[in-house]
Ligand binder design. Structure first.
Ligand code: FAD
Ligand code: SF4
Length: 460
């Protein structure tokens, strides 16, 4: 491949250095590299990149503005469609979205659309935001439940349409998985806070420590608001259900990451939440969550951090960048490996994991080939810390407390393409309707629901 067919590499912290800190791994393009990368764009008339973007960012237009050096106009163009570009520019699986559709990808590397989106967002944050101009207020009031990417997108779009939006968040901080799940070295707190401030600058209020379904019900909210959006995500950890799973030293990914990120265990003793990570950490699973856990364990002092996954790398759902970063940092991968029981020491702490080898069979409903146990292939792996990252399910609290809200067999809320649920005036989107998915899909769902809510309240 000649140089023009390659994307400009993102500068990064050295792997040996970065496993000793929680600072961001990817350092971002500077102006010179950003303009050079933008010049690779072919400005295709049919804009396949835009088709690949769930929030329909006008990619070829913002890239052209970067090429011209007009960074302020570029970020304004992105924000017409995307309320959280500094976040999506960092953690969106763009290889499967816009970049997966980019024409340049047929001749070499696709355009680095994510890196360019991040560049202009960071440029704006450094310079300071100018609040967006808002339309005349409609006097319609919308309640948004949860403050993850689905809710923030929905709330921001509704505010831009002139509606008064209040977000109700169960935790003491906003951002959902962005804040309590994704580690600082991939998505710094400062970046999340600044994007949330942008949404607040549109007039969105956030009320914290409100668990809808417990502190207040949907019925009660319906009396006060013209419409409701539910974006409560999928925060309930899935377990393996095998012997020994309650031994000391075994965490769900949720607990592990929440303690490290939200409760700031990575800054212990400055913050009063210690977390105990031993010398041999094993993470089960191979999605983004698992890769985050394995990399976090290394940074917290594990001498060895290994990922055990019952399928192969090909079936992993983690972003390509994160897989590559994990390997550079020394995370070991044991594919086709399924734990069958945990073995404890005399103090009740995990010391080993008994596993069996798997082979790949026929594809399942997700299209991925099914793992099949290989009989008599048992073996053990030493482990004094185990993190289970095999998926999350929706929390049933709000659903159980809301009469008439239909759910699917997977426990997610049933909603149509635009987020309409079985209850009039109640919409839903993001992981609570799809099950654990991605940030950009959650944002896309929030966007569609905002449009449907706008139509609903204007007709009301
Ligand atoms: P969430 O982000 O889960 O937010 C839901 C919010 O609702 C939370 O703040 C929660 O506290 C609140 N809530 C829940 N119940 C109630 C209630 N009853 N009342 C009030 N509030 C409530 N995706 C990617 O695209 N790229 C990645 O790199 C990536 N990495 C990930 C890493 C980790 C560790 C995890 C866990 C997920 C990752 N994902 C990634 C997936 C992505 O983060 C989710 O798909 C996305 O956050 C879903 O957004 P959401 O708005 O639907 O829900
Ligand atoms: Fe540019 Fe790629 Fe979009 Fe074509 S598909 S306009 S090359 S970003």
């Amino acid at each position: 491949m000649n140089a023009e067919n390659r994307k400009h590499k993102m500068p990064e912290q050295d792997p040996k250095e970065r496993i000793r800190n929680f600072r961001e791994v990817a350092l971002g393009y500077d102006e010179r590299i950003a303009v050079k990368e933008a010049k690779r764009c072919l400005q295709c008339v049919n804009k396949p990149c835009v088709t690949g973007c769930p929030v329909s960012v006008d990619i070829h237009a913002f890239v052209r503005l970067i090429k011209e050096g007009n960074f302020d106009a570029a970020i304004r163009k992105i924000r017409e469609k995307n309320n959280l570009p500094a976040i999506s520019g960092r953690v969106c699986p763009y290889e499967k979205q816009c970049e997966g559709n980019c024409t340049l990808g047929k001749m070499g590397d696709p355009l680095a659309i994510g890196h360019l989106e991040r560049f202009v967002s960071d440029h704006q944050r450094e310079k300071g935001f100018k609040p967006a101009e808002l339309p005349k207020p409609t006097c319609k009031r919308i309640a948004v439940i949860g403050s993850g990417p689905a809710s923030l997108t929905c709330a921001g779009d509704l505010a831009k349409m002139g509606h008064k939006v209040t977000i109700f968040e169960a935790l003491h901080d906003s951002g959902g998985v962005l804040t309590y799940g994704i580690p600082e070295f991939r998505l710094p707190d400062e970046v999340i806070k600044s994007e949330i401030q942008y949404v607040q600058s549109l007039g969105v209020d956030i009320e914290y420590d409100v668990v809808v379904g417990k502190t207040i019900t949907i019925d009660e909210l319906q009396k006060e608001f013209d419409a409701i959006f539910i974006g409560t995500g999928a925060g309930l950890p899935a377990w393996l259900d095998i012997p020994g799973e309650n031994l000391n030293g075994i965490y769900s990914a949720n607990e592990f990451l929440t303690r490290v990120n939200l409760m700031k265990a990575y800054r212990f003793p400055e913050y009063d939440t210690p977390i105990n990570v031993g010398k041999k950490a094993v993470t089960i699973g191979a999605g983004n969550v698992a890769v985050d856990c394995a990399r976090t364990a290394l940074r917290l002092g594990a001498e060895k951090s290994c990922i055990a996954y019952r399928r192969t790398e090909e079936e992993s759902t983690a972003r390509l960048d994160e897989m590559a970063h994990a390997k550079e940092e020394g995370v070991e991968f044991r594919f086709l490996t399924q734990p069958v029981r945990f073995i404890g020491d005399e103090k009740g702490s995990v010391k080993q994991m008994e596993c069996i080898k798997m082979r790949l069979g026929e594809p399942d409903r997700s299209g991925r080939r099914c793992p099949v146990p290989v009989e008599g292939s048992d073996f053990t792996i030493d482990a004094d810390t185990v993190i289970i990252a095999i998926g999350q399910r929706p929390n049933p609290l709000l659903i159980r407390a809301t009469k008439g809200l239909k759910t699917t067999e997977h426990g997610t809320i049933e909603a149509d393409e635009d987020g309409r649920t079985s209850l009039p005036g109640v919409f839903a989107g993001g992981d609570i309707t799809t099950g654990a998915a991605t940030i950009i899909l959650a944002m896309g769902a929030g966007k569609k629901a905002a449009k449907a809510i706008d139509e609903y309240v204007r007709k009301k």
